[in-house]
Design a protein around this ligand. Structure first.
Ligand code: GAP
Length: 455
C-alpha cells in the first residue's frame, strides 16, 4: 500500500484528465468538479458495475430514474426542509463561515453527540478562534437544501429544491413500482443520480462537494426481518468494494451512535475509508424503518403499503434498509487505493493499479514506430478488431515507447500492446503488463479473449 498525499492525487487527476475544478477558466465554483475523459470512464465503470451487481444480477431488485426537481412537499414530509442542517459559525470580523463541528474537531474537541449549546460552550471555554484568529459567533443551524424557483413565478408558491439525496425519488415511486411490477417483499429499488447539498465548507477535493452523485437502494422488508436484511447488505457493501478494487485494509465500519444518526435512522453503520486527510465516511447503511413511507403517506394522503398475504389481503407499510454509496467518494477511494509508486528499471514511476474492471482504458495499442506504414497499418488493424469487442481501447503513437508506457501507467491501463517487426513476420505482439512491467509475446488471435477476461 503506497501512502499518498492529496496533492499527488489532485495533481495526477488534473494532469491526466480524470478530474478538473468546475468552471476553471472563470476561477472555479467552490464545491463543484468536472470529470475529464478518463474520469468519466472510471465513474461510468463504477456505476455500471454497481448496477450489474445490485440490479441485473438479482431477482429482487429493479431501478428507477426519478426527476431531480420534486414537489417541495416531498422534502417537507421527509424532514429535510426542517431538519437537514449542519452547525455553522461565523468569524465575527471577516464574516467568513465555517462548519462549527469541523472548527471544534480541528481544535481537538470530540464533537460526537454535541448539541449547538454544547458547541457554543466548548468554543467559549476553550477560547476557540476562527482560522483567521478572530472571535466566532455562537453556532446556529444552516439548512443545506439548494432552493430554486420552478416556473415563471418568483414567489413562495414556486419554491422547489434540488434533491439532497436520491432516496426521495425512490420513496415517491414506491406505489408506482408496486402497481407496475407487483413485487413481493422483500424487494429493492435502486437509483443512481445527482444530489445537491449547499455544504458550508466543501473540502478535501471531491470528498465534500456541493454537487455529487449517489448510488442508493431502498430495500423494502417486513419489519420483523430488518436485522438479517441489514446484515446481508452490510456484507454486500464489502463484496462491492472488493469487486471494484477498493483496498479492504483501508475500510472500517463505524456503528453510529444514536445521537449522531440521521433523523430517520434506527441503526446506521458508516463504512469509513482511510483517505490521506483522515478516516472519513465512504458509504452509509441505515435502517430507515417505515419513517419515509409513513411520512409520505400521511402528507400525500396516498396509501403506501403492500399486500403481504394474498389470501387474506393483509397489508403493511414496509420497513427499509438503505445502503447508500457516493459515486465521487468511490472514485476518490479508487484513486487512493490504486496510486502506486515503484522502482522500475532504476527509475521511479507512478502508476494506478486499477482493477481492470474499473480501469478507464482496458488496453492501449501502439505501433513500435509511427513512420513505418506497414507497422501502423497492422497496428490499426489490431486496434480496430479489439475495439469491436472492448470499446475502451486506446490508440497511442505519440513519443517513444517508454513515454507511452509511462502515460498509460499513470491512467492505470492494465496492458499495452506493441506491434513490431516480428508481428509482420509471425502474427504475435508484445503485451506489457502494467504492474510488473514484464513483456511477453502473444498471438493476435488471443488478445481479445485475454483483455475481455480481465475486464
Ligand atoms: N440517503 C442517505 C444519505 O444520503 P448520507 O450519509 O447523507 O446519506 C450518503 O449520504 C453518501 O453520499 C455518503 O456516504 C457519501 O458517499 C455521499 N455524500 C454525501 N454527502 C456528500 C458530499 N457533500 N460530497 C460527496 N459525496 C457525498
Amino acid at each position: 500500500m503506497t501512502e499518498v498525499s492529496m496533492e499527488k492525487i489532485v495533481s495526477l487527476a488534473k494532469r491526466r484528465g480524470f478530474i478538473y475544478p468546475g468552471s476553471e477558466i472563470y476561477g472555479g465554483l467552490s464545491g463543484t468538479w468536472d470529470y475529464g475523459p478518463y474520469g468519466v470512464e472510471l465513474k461510468n465503470n463504477v456505476k455500471n458495475l454497481w448496477w450489474k451487481m445490485f440490479v441485473h444480477e438479482r431477482e429482487d431488485m429493479c431501478g428507477v430514474d426519478a426527476a431531480i426537481l420534486m414537489n417541495p412537499e416531498v422534502w417537507k414530509a421527509s424532514g429535510h426542509v426542517s431538519g437537514f442542517h449542519d452547525p455553522l459559525v461565523e468569524d465575527k470580523k471577516t464574516k467568513k463561515r465555517y462548519r462549527a463541528d469541523h472548527v471544534l474537531e480541528e481544535n481537538g474537541v470530540d464533537v460526537g453527540g454535541m448539541t449547538l449549546d454544547d458547541m457554543a460552550a466548548a468554543i467559549s471555554e476553550r477560547k476557540i478562534l476562527s482560522p483567521d484568529g478572530n472571535p466566532l459567533s455562537a453556532p446556529k443551524q444552516f439548512n443545506m437544501m439548494f432552493k430554486t424557483q420552478v416556473g415563471p413565478m418568483e414567489d413562495e408558491s414556486s419554491i422547489s429544491y434540488l434533491r439532497p439525496e436520491t432516496a426521495g425519488g425512490i420513496f415517491v415511486n414506491f406505489k408506482n413500482v408496486v402497481d407496475s411490477l407487483h413485487p413481493k417483499l422483500p424487494f429493492g429499488i435502486a437509483q443512481i443520480g445527482k444530489a445537491f447539498r449547499n455544504e458550508i465548507a466543501p473540502r478535501d477535493f471531491t470528498f465534500r462537494s456541493r454537487e455529487f452523485e449517489q448510488m442508493e437502494i431502498e430495500y423494502f422488508i417486513k419489519p420483523t426481518d430488518w436485522q438479517p436484511a441489514f446484515e446481508a447488505w452490510r456484507m454486500s457493501v464489502h463484496t462491492f468494494n472488493n469487486a471494484i478494487g477498493i483496498s479492504s485494509e483501508r475500510v472500517h465500519e463505524l456503528e453510529v451512535a444514536a445521537e449522531d444518526r440521521a433523523h430517520y435512522s434506527k441503526r446506521t453503520i458508516d463504512f469509513e475509508f482511510d483517505f490521506p486527510f483522515g478516516r472519513k465516511e465512504l458509504y452509509g447503511l441505515a435502517y430507515r424503518t417505515d419513517f419515509d413511507l409513513s411520512a409520505h403517506a400521511k402528507a400525500s394522503g396516498v396509501e403506501l403499503s403492500i399486500i403481504v398475504d394474498d389470501a387474506t389481503g393483509e397489508k403493511l407499510v414496509p420497513h427499509v434498509i438503505e445502503p447508500s454509496f457516493g459515486v465521487d467518494r468511490t472514485v476518490l477511494a479508487l484513486l487512493v487505493s490504486a496510486y502506486t509508486e515503484d522502482d522500475l528499471g532504476g527509475e521511479t514511476r507512478t502508476y494506478l493499479k486499477f482493477n481492470p474492471a474499473v480501469a478507464p482504458i482496458k488496453a492501449a495499442v501502439f505501433p513500435l514506430l509511427k513512420n513505418k506504414p506497414a507497422l501502423v497499418e497492422k497496428a490499426r488493424e489490431v486496434y480496430a478488431a479489439l475495439k469491436r469487442t472492448t470499446p475502451q481501447i486506446m490508440w497511442d503513437d505519440n513519443g517513444n515507447i517508454g513515454k507511452r508506457y509511462r502515460r498509460q501507467d499513470e491512467i492505470g491501463t492494465p496492458v499495452c500492446i506493441t506491434i513490431d517487426f516480428d508481428t509482420l513476420e509471425n502474427g504475435t505482439v508484445t503485451v506489457r503488463d502494467r504492474d510488473t512491467g514484464e513483456q511477453e509475446r502473444v498471438a493476435i488471435g488471443e488478445l481479445a479473449g485475454r483483455i475481455g477476461a480481465a475486464c
